[in-house]
Ligand binder design. Structure first.
Ligand code: NAG
Ligand code: NAG
Ligand code: NAG
Ligand code: NAG
Ligand code: NAG
Ligand code: NAG
Ligand code: NAG
Ligand code: NAG
Ligand code: NAG
Ligand code: NAG
Ligand code: NAG
Ligand code: NAG
Length: 643
């Protein structure tokens, strides 16, 4: 929702090459060897204390009885796509994250996308946010940029700037999709200027459909219309019925536009809590536009401006101590309470035959909380929340990515003028998206149930996942932090209507504490710490094999405090898929020729190895399991020297 640019001067109201210094730059940087000099929120080092162990503590051993088939499971979700968790990218940070134009694509981004897409089958990325509200098309931009910015929106507390883009934005996205199976959601405002509903500026739809084709999933019509009045995009009487009526004008404009072949890919209402979705349903929205809608959507952060304002970054409103808020993320009630208000709507969406999407979310609006948003605890929270959304019959959710000056980014690119010296920074919640892809798998048949075992302890939630109707995986959380081991637990899994296999494989998501930001591992591997990330996993893959007792029909799975454990109840081909051998260029200027990109559809990894001044790093390339890696091999480092 909120891309942040405090400390950055947006003084130009015309397009200019000098305007796009992005967010906060490492202060006092003198050489490539002083990465600790950074102070922007994405690199904030605040370390909180893990919450105390609750009293009474949950039991440290309990049994979960798992039906072998989905036919005897109550409360099972609808089928969940592997690409359930995707990313929502603020339109204004495209240059920094994706690259300057379609000829310069950032390799770390491709790797980070590829990691998820490879596990999920594909990746869904939404380009939009507050900055879509003022976005408009121009024929050309200086320096062959795909995207640039105009002046800031002074009516919005986040001072979001107007984005201007060229045709090359679509080629840029198209070229990403040619390399990694990314499918896109694009967004547009209802009308620009706001008082002129005869000028819809439909280029983003026309060109999006023309260039992206099947890779365009849908068009979000209006971002958070329930805040249009507050942001002075509409007058104070603007209500749900006005939104529904304007949506109708958009539908008419698209119907009349012969450059828009696809007319049924719209997404709304993307309300963010100021209006309930029911307020929009009650205007007849779904009935009126059932033939035009691809999906229904909402947006919701855990901590919202209504209560938390924007203190950490903007100094607006009331200060809330992150240490006190931290425990609200570290229990299952958090995920359940976030989903509960939407259960009526997910049921309504099912009846209408439409997917229900969480179009933008993260730990806290207005950029997040220091110490919380980038911690291992936030990653456990986001994973539980994602699984709970799936259990609640959402069909997708997008974790928001902002600029340098937010705490919650799943990934952050270095500021462009230091991109030669630094690599990327991973935020803990990136792992949540990656792991959810493994939880749901690639078949798009996954169904999930919240097991509510261990006397429904809120500190040890558990889920079971069925695939093609059969018990496939079990997810086990431990939200507590206790290095002594006294609050590790053992879950005894037993199968009803079948027997446990002779052994199961387990992947652990681990860190020393819920507070940590570094030293986070998934199945033994990590992406690295601040300014170290090139998108490839480091260290050896470590999948734990646990023997089961087939005569007793039990598998005993230890779960440390803190951890998430994913238990594979079936032998899985893809379990060993883990790394993407890639090189990066540090300080180099290797580029991918556009002609190569333009013809790269369906290229295999091996074909994609262009000559470069590669600086091969010591990433491990373990290949456990039976599957051969088929990941895209990004062997070319691109340095987008965009400024
Ligand atoms: C982290 O961010 C908070 C809120 O902006 C700030 O008060 C604090 O000084 C920052 N701490 C570090 C270590 O960067
Ligand atoms: C521990 O398990 C027992 C037996 O199932 C149950 O009665 C008790 O409430 C549990 N204790 C906690 C703290 O959940
Ligand atoms: C991207 O920018 C570079 C450098 O300005 C330029 O040479 C190239 O032609 C641009 N690519 C496109 C597709 O505009
Ligand atoms: C890739 O970008 C080039 C321009 O740089 C464009 O001509 C081409 O159509 C793009 N490819 C795709 C698949 O969008
Ligand atoms: C929109 O507002 C502008 C500025 O107030 C005005 O000049 C213009 O006529 C208005 N357009 C419509 C369609 O009302
Ligand atoms: C708000 O705008 C609508 C549509 O332009 C108009 O009908 C209404 O009278 C306006 N209300 C106020 C309070 O200005
Ligand atoms: C669900 O939403 C519909 C449509 O807005 C509404 O009529 C109904 O009262 C809601 N049901 C519940 C239980 O909230
Ligand atoms: C659990 O989380 C909920 C929602 O975030 C919060 O209201 C509650 O206080 C938390 N419970 C404990 C015991 O920390
Ligand atoms: C999800 O949808 C299924 C199928 O309609 C339903 O049985 C189940 O109760 C729903 N889950 C929740 C949590 O509402
Ligand atoms: C990057 O740009 C910022 C802002 O213009 C400047 O203060 C900083 O010195 C630059 N850093 C380098 C390494 O050029
Ligand atoms: C069980 O799974 C199969 C295969 O995915 C699916 O067709 C069926 O609808 C599921 N049954 C229930 C009750 O969810
Ligand atoms: C990193 O985590 C591992 C496993 O949790 C632990 O053994 C190790 O001591 C940690 N290292 C650091 C530097 O914290």
């Amino acid at each position: 929702m909120f891309f942040l640019l405090l400390w950055t001067l947006w003084i130009l109201d015309t397009v200019s090459a000098s305007v796009t210094v992005y967010g906060q730059i490492p202060m006092g940087i003198t050489s490539a060897s002083s990465p600790t000099a950074t102070v922007a929120a994405a690199y904030n080092t605040t370390l909180l204390q893990p919450p105390e162990i609750p009293d009474p503590a949950p039991n440290t051993s309990f049994t979960l009885t798992l039906p072998s088939s989905n036919t005897s499971v109550a409360r099972l979700s609808i089928p969940v796509p592997g690409a359930f968790y995707g990313f929502s990218i603020e339109m204004s940070v495209i240059t920094q994250l994706f690259g300057k134009n379609s000829s310069f694509i950032q390799v770390p981004l491709l790797n980070l996308f590829s990691n998820v897409a490879e596990r999920a089958g594909e990746l869904h990325v939404r380009v939009g946010g507050n900055t879509q509200d003022y976005a408009f098309f121009v024929e050309t931009l200086p320096e062959d940029r795909a995207i640039s910015k105009q002046s800031a929106d002074t009516n919005n507390p986040t001072q979001t700037p107007a984005v201007i883009y060229t045709m090359d934005l679509f080629y840029l996205l198209g070229n990403v999709s040619a390399l990694v199976d990314v499918k896109w959601y694009l967004g547009k405002f209802l009308s620009v200027p706001f008082n002129d509903t005869s000028d819809f500026r439909l280029q983003i739809v026309e060109y999006g459909e023309a260039v992206l084709g099947d890779h365009l999933l849908g068009i979000q019509v209006a971002n958070e219309p329930d805040l249009y009045s507050a942001h002075q995009h509409r007058n104070s009487s603007y209500g749900p019925a006005d939104y529904t009526a304007e949506f109708g004008l958009m539908v008419q404009a698209l119907a009349a536009d012969s450059n828009v072949p696809v007319k049924n890919n719209l997404i709304g209402p993307s309300v963010s809590g100021t209006w309930t979705p029911e307020m929009v349903w009650n205007t007849g929205f779904i009935n009126d536009y059932v033939d035009n809608l691809f999906a229904l959507s909402v947006e919701q952060y855990k901590l919202t401006p209504a209560k938390y304002n924007c203190f950490p970054i903007y100094g607006i409103g009331v200060f809330h101590d992150p240490q006190i808020e931290f425990s609200d993320f570290l229990n299952h009630t958090s995920a359940v309470a976030l989903c509960e208000p939407y259960l009526n709507s997910t049921s309504i969406a099912q009846k209408a035959g439409k997917p229900f999407l969480m179009f933008e979310t993260n730990s806290a609006s207005c950029g997040g909380f220091p110490g919380i948003s980038d911690s291992f605890g936030a990653a456990l929270w986001a994973l539980d929340y994602g699984l709970q959304m799936a259990y609640s019959n959402f069909s997708g959710a997008m974790l928001h990515v902002g600029g340098q000056n937010v705490f919650y980014n799943p990934f952050t690119a270095p500021p462009t003028n230091v991109s030669k010296y630094y690599e990327w920074t991973i935020g803990a919640v990136y792992y949540s998206a990656l792991i959810s892809a493994e939880v749901f798998g690639k078949t798009n048949t996954a169904q999930i149930v919240d097991m509510l075992g261990n006397s429904e302890s809120i500190y040890t939630p558990q889920y079971a996942i069925y695939e093609n109707g059969a018990l496939a995986r079990v997810g086990l959380f431990n939200f507590m932090t206790d290095p002594s081991g006294a609050n590790s637990y053992k879950a005894t899994l037993t199968v009803s209507g079948g027997t446990v296999p002779s052994s199961v494989q387990v992947k652990y998501f681990l860190s020393d504490s819920v507070s940590t930001k570094d030293n986070i591992t998934w199945a033994g591997q990590t992406l690295g710490t601040i300014h170290e990330v090139d998108g490839r996993f480091k260290n050896d893959l470590n999948i734990v094999t646990i023997s089961c007792d087939t005569s007793a029909n039990t598998c005993v799975i230890p779960v440390p405090a803190p951890a998430f454990a994913l238990v594979f109840m079936q032998t899985e081909e893809s379990i060993g898929t883990a790394t993407f051998p890639t090189t990066t260029v540090k300080g180099g200027t290797a580029t991918v020729p556009p002609a190569v990109l333009a013809t790269s559809n369906g290229m295999s990894g091996a074909d994609w190895q262009l000559g470069s001044t590669s600086d091969e790093k010591s990433a491990g390339h373990p290949r456990l399991g039976t599957d051969v890696l088929r990941g895209v091999l990004f062997a070319v480092g691109l340095v987008a020297l965009a400024l």
